[in-house]
Design a protein around this ligand. Structure first.
Ligand SMILES: [Zn+2]
Length: 275
């Protein structure tokens, strides 16, 4: 018989400008099977994208793990139980005990590769234009990250730059400031792409998410309304694509379709019109 183990299911999603945001997911279960001579630990994921689990042990008494520790394993979101580790009893004459040490990240941290050739769609309506107020490695808040700030007046329709599945949204904040202490006040939509990367759309206005977790969206589809929440120096949309890593992320450059069959990276201070 399998026993469900208690877990503190808080994933620390580290997205630029919302790095203190915590997303509570109830997708992941760890179960223990002690029906045989060995102890088997399984993970199952009922969520909207894979989850990577890292498991080590704070205590392993009279037990031997069948893999090198910590074990890193991607759990697909199929709801099935996936074996993480088997602990075999060393001596049946002694007591056994274990305490595991567990972390996880939303996404596949082992082998996600960004499709560099994907041409992203400008995230606002056709006919509108926007200045890149801050570009890659910008001085205000993009130190060492590939993120783009599209200057947009509050309430502008934000469109998905690429299709995928909505993983999380936040829209309950109505405030922000120019100081990093306001990071956790940012509203956002987070989308999982088919190459395993994530697209984050940050600083949306209060009640400014037009989608919810689990929704499938296409490129160009309305996902929310821009705002000025969180750590922000003025109304804009922060857009960033990243490869998930355990406890952090790796942002990547993204090419955009900018009209007349032209596909290119966007540059700070330049104006782009959606065609
Ligand atoms: Zn930004």
């Amino acid at each position: 018989m399998n026993t469900k183990l208690f877990l503190c299911l808080l994933a620390f999603l580290s997205i630029a400008e919302i790095s203190t945001a915590q997303i509570q997911i109830d997708w992941l279960d760890i179960t223990e099977d002690q029906s045989g001579e060995d102890i088997k630990l399984y993970a199952s994921n009922r969520g909207h994208c894979p989850v990577t689990v890292s498991m080590g042990f704070k205590k392993l008494l009279n037990l031997k793990a069948d893999a090198e520790l910590p074990i890193l394993k991607v759990i697909p979101n199929d709801g099935e139980e996936h074996l993480i580790v088997t602990l075999s009893v060393i001596s049946s004459k002694r007591d056994s005990e274990y305490i595991f040490d567990f972390q996880y990240a939303i996404g596949n941290t082992i082998n996600t590769v960004h499709d560099e050739d994907y041409a992203y769609t400008l995230p606002f309506q056709k006919g509108k234009e926007s200045v890149i107020g801050q570009g890659y490695h910008g001085k205000f808040s993009h130190h060492n990250i590939y993120a783009l700030d599209f200057d947009l007046i509050e309430g502008t329709e934000v469109l998905a730059a690429r299709g995928g599945v909505v993983i999380a949204t936040k829209e309950d904040s109505n405030s922000g400031c120019k100081n990093p202490k306001c990071k956790s006040l940012a509203n956002y939509v987070l989308i999982y792409h088919d190459d395993g990367t994530f697209g984050s759309y940050v600083h949306l206005k209060e009640n400014g998410a037009a989608v919810k977790a689990g929704d499938k969206v296409k490129a160009g589809q309305l996902i929310g309304y821009s705002g000025n929440t969180g750590w922000s120096s003025g109304p804009h949309l922060h857009f960033e694509v990243y490869i998930p890593e355990m406890n952090r992320r790796k942002s990547v450059k993204t090419k955009f379709r900018i009209g007349n069959d032209k596909v290119d990276y966007l540059e700070e201070k330049k104006t782009y019109t959606s065609k």
